[in-house]
Design a protein. Structure first.
Ligand code: FE
Ligand code: FE
Length: 193
Protein backbone atom coordinates (compact mmCIF):
# COMPACT_ATOMS: atom_id res chain seq x y z
CA UNK A 1 0.00 0.00 0.00
CA UNK A 2 1.32 3.34 -0.97
CA UNK A 3 1.71 5.77 1.81
CA UNK A 4 0.55 9.21 1.18
CA UNK A 5 3.22 11.74 1.81
CA UNK A 6 2.13 15.08 2.96
CA UNK A 7 2.98 17.80 0.51
CA UNK A 8 5.47 20.17 2.07
CA UNK A 9 3.88 23.48 2.67
CA UNK A 10 5.54 26.39 1.01
CA UNK A 11 7.01 28.81 3.51
CA UNK A 12 5.16 32.06 3.20
CA UNK A 13 7.64 34.81 2.71
CA UNK A 14 6.72 38.05 4.38
CA UNK A 15 7.27 41.02 2.17
CA UNK A 16 9.87 43.46 3.41
CA UNK A 17 8.44 46.86 4.23
CA UNK A 18 11.84 48.50 3.88
CA UNK A 19 11.92 51.17 1.25
CA UNK A 20 15.05 52.70 -0.19
CA UNK A 21 15.18 56.42 0.31
CA UNK A 22 16.02 58.75 -2.53
CA UNK A 23 19.70 59.65 -2.14
CA UNK A 24 21.05 63.14 -2.51
CA UNK A 25 24.61 64.46 -2.65
CA UNK A 26 25.73 66.04 0.62
CA UNK A 27 26.83 69.66 0.22
CA UNK A 28 30.25 70.33 1.82
CA UNK A 29 30.60 72.84 4.65
CA UNK A 30 32.73 75.95 4.15
CA UNK A 31 35.59 74.56 6.28
CA UNK A 32 35.38 71.04 4.81
CA UNK A 33 38.64 69.10 4.43
CA UNK A 34 40.17 69.39 0.97
CA UNK A 35 43.25 67.27 1.44
CA UNK A 36 43.85 63.92 3.10
CA UNK A 37 46.10 65.69 5.61
CA UNK A 38 43.10 67.75 6.81
CA UNK A 39 40.95 64.65 7.12
CA UNK A 40 43.77 62.98 9.05
CA UNK A 41 43.98 65.89 11.49
CA UNK A 42 40.20 65.94 11.92
CA UNK A 43 40.32 62.23 12.73
CA UNK A 44 43.02 62.81 15.33
CA UNK A 45 40.91 65.51 16.99
CA UNK A 46 37.93 63.17 17.10
CA UNK A 47 39.75 60.23 18.67
CA UNK A 48 41.57 62.61 21.06
CA UNK A 49 38.16 63.64 22.39
CA UNK A 50 37.05 60.01 22.52
CA UNK A 51 40.11 58.80 24.45
CA UNK A 52 39.73 61.62 26.97
CA UNK A 53 36.05 60.71 27.41
CA UNK A 54 37.09 57.10 27.99
CA UNK A 55 39.42 58.07 30.82
CA UNK A 56 36.28 59.29 32.58
CA UNK A 57 33.96 56.45 31.54
CA UNK A 58 36.21 53.47 32.30
CA UNK A 59 36.34 54.05 36.09
CA UNK A 60 32.51 53.98 36.11
CA UNK A 61 32.46 50.69 34.18
CA UNK A 62 35.07 49.25 36.53
CA UNK A 63 33.08 50.31 39.60
CA UNK A 64 29.96 48.63 38.20
CA UNK A 65 31.68 45.35 37.26
CA UNK A 66 31.61 42.46 39.71
CA UNK A 67 33.91 39.83 38.18
CA UNK A 68 37.49 40.30 39.44
CA UNK A 69 39.08 39.50 36.05
CA UNK A 70 36.82 42.01 34.35
CA UNK A 71 37.57 44.69 36.95
CA UNK A 72 41.30 44.09 36.50
CA UNK A 73 41.04 44.19 32.69
CA UNK A 74 39.18 47.51 32.77
CA UNK A 75 41.71 48.93 35.25
CA UNK A 76 44.64 47.88 33.05
CA UNK A 77 42.99 49.35 29.96
CA UNK A 78 42.37 52.62 31.81
CA UNK A 79 46.13 52.91 32.35
CA UNK A 80 46.68 52.20 28.64
CA UNK A 81 43.99 54.72 27.68
CA UNK A 82 45.78 57.49 29.60
CA UNK A 83 48.77 56.62 27.45
CA UNK A 84 46.64 56.72 24.28
CA UNK A 85 45.82 60.34 25.09
CA UNK A 86 49.55 61.07 25.49
CA UNK A 87 50.42 59.34 22.20
CA UNK A 88 47.87 61.45 20.36
CA UNK A 89 49.43 64.58 21.88
CA UNK A 90 52.75 63.34 20.49
CA UNK A 91 51.09 62.96 17.06
CA UNK A 92 49.82 66.54 17.15
CA UNK A 93 53.32 67.68 18.17
CA UNK A 94 54.88 65.73 15.28
CA UNK A 95 52.52 67.58 12.91
CA UNK A 96 53.50 70.89 14.51
CA UNK A 97 49.94 71.35 15.78
CA UNK A 98 48.40 72.09 19.14
CA UNK A 99 46.52 69.08 20.55
CA UNK A 100 42.85 69.80 19.99
CA UNK A 101 39.77 67.74 20.86
CA UNK A 102 36.61 67.73 18.76
CA UNK A 103 33.50 66.02 20.12
CA UNK A 104 33.15 62.54 18.69
CA UNK A 105 29.42 61.84 18.36
CA UNK A 106 30.02 58.15 17.72
CA UNK A 107 31.92 57.64 20.99
CA UNK A 108 29.34 59.71 22.87
CA UNK A 109 26.67 57.37 21.49
CA UNK A 110 28.60 54.26 22.51
CA UNK A 111 29.14 55.64 26.02
CA UNK A 112 25.46 56.56 26.33
CA UNK A 113 24.60 53.01 25.34
CA UNK A 114 27.02 51.66 27.95
CA UNK A 115 25.33 53.78 30.59
CA UNK A 116 21.87 52.54 29.66
CA UNK A 117 23.05 48.91 29.61
CA UNK A 118 24.16 49.37 33.23
CA UNK A 119 20.84 50.95 34.18
CA UNK A 120 18.97 48.08 32.54
CA UNK A 121 20.87 45.24 34.26
CA UNK A 122 21.13 44.08 37.87
CA UNK A 123 24.69 44.11 39.29
CA UNK A 124 26.39 40.73 38.91
CA UNK A 125 27.07 38.42 35.95
CA UNK A 126 24.34 39.91 33.76
CA UNK A 127 25.56 43.48 34.21
CA UNK A 128 29.10 42.22 33.69
CA UNK A 129 28.05 40.65 30.38
CA UNK A 130 26.46 43.99 29.43
CA UNK A 131 29.61 45.90 30.38
CA UNK A 132 31.69 43.56 28.21
CA UNK A 133 29.28 44.00 25.29
CA UNK A 134 29.42 47.79 25.58
CA UNK A 135 33.20 47.81 26.05
CA UNK A 136 33.78 45.66 23.00
CA UNK A 137 31.74 48.05 20.88
CA UNK A 138 34.03 50.83 22.10
CA UNK A 139 37.17 48.79 21.34
CA UNK A 140 35.90 47.92 17.86
CA UNK A 141 35.24 51.58 17.19
CA UNK A 142 38.78 52.40 18.31
CA UNK A 143 40.25 49.57 16.23
CA UNK A 144 38.47 50.89 13.12
CA UNK A 145 39.57 54.44 13.86
CA UNK A 146 43.23 53.68 14.56
CA UNK A 147 43.37 51.35 11.57
CA UNK A 148 42.15 54.15 9.31
CA UNK A 149 44.38 56.81 10.87
CA UNK A 150 47.43 54.53 10.58
CA UNK A 151 46.65 53.98 6.88
CA UNK A 152 46.37 57.76 6.40
CA UNK A 153 49.64 58.35 8.31
CA UNK A 154 51.35 55.84 6.06
CA UNK A 155 50.34 57.48 2.78
CA UNK A 156 51.06 60.90 4.23
CA UNK A 157 54.55 59.76 5.26
CA UNK A 158 53.90 60.75 8.86
CA UNK A 159 56.15 58.10 10.33
CA UNK A 160 56.21 59.30 13.93
CA UNK A 161 52.39 59.35 13.95
CA UNK A 162 52.25 55.96 12.24
CA UNK A 163 54.44 54.41 14.95
CA UNK A 164 52.34 55.82 17.78
CA UNK A 165 49.01 54.94 16.13
CA UNK A 166 50.09 51.35 15.52
CA UNK A 167 51.14 50.90 19.17
CA UNK A 168 47.72 52.03 20.33
CA UNK A 169 45.94 49.94 17.67
CA UNK A 170 47.67 46.83 19.02
CA UNK A 171 46.61 47.61 22.60
CA UNK A 172 42.99 48.09 21.51
CA UNK A 173 43.09 44.71 19.75
CA UNK A 174 44.62 43.03 22.80
CA UNK A 175 41.97 44.52 25.05
CA UNK A 176 39.20 43.31 22.74
CA UNK A 177 40.62 39.77 22.77
CA UNK A 178 40.98 39.78 26.53
CA UNK A 179 37.34 40.83 26.91
CA UNK A 180 36.28 38.02 24.58
CA UNK A 181 38.19 35.47 26.65
CA UNK A 182 36.74 36.76 29.93
CA UNK A 183 33.24 36.49 28.45
CA UNK A 184 33.91 33.03 27.01
CA UNK A 185 35.59 31.43 30.00
CA UNK A 186 33.25 32.34 32.79
CA UNK A 187 30.91 35.20 32.44
CA UNK A 188 28.39 34.28 29.78
CA UNK A 189 27.65 30.89 31.34
CA UNK A 190 27.25 32.50 34.76
CA UNK A 191 24.95 35.09 33.24
CA UNK A 192 22.82 32.26 31.83
CA UNK A 193 22.13 30.78 35.28
FE1 FE B 1 42.16 53.81 23.36
FE1 FE C 1 40.42 51.09 24.12
Amino acid sequence: MATTTKKPTKPTATKSKTTVAFAKKVPAKKDAAKELKDLFEDGLKDIYWAEKALTKALPKMQKNATDTKLKAAIGAHLAETINHVKRLEDCFAALGKKAQAKKCDAMQGLLDEGKSIMEETKPGPVRDAGIIAASQKVEHYEIATYGTLAAFAKVLNQNKCLKELLKTLQEEKNCDELLTSIADTALNTKAMN
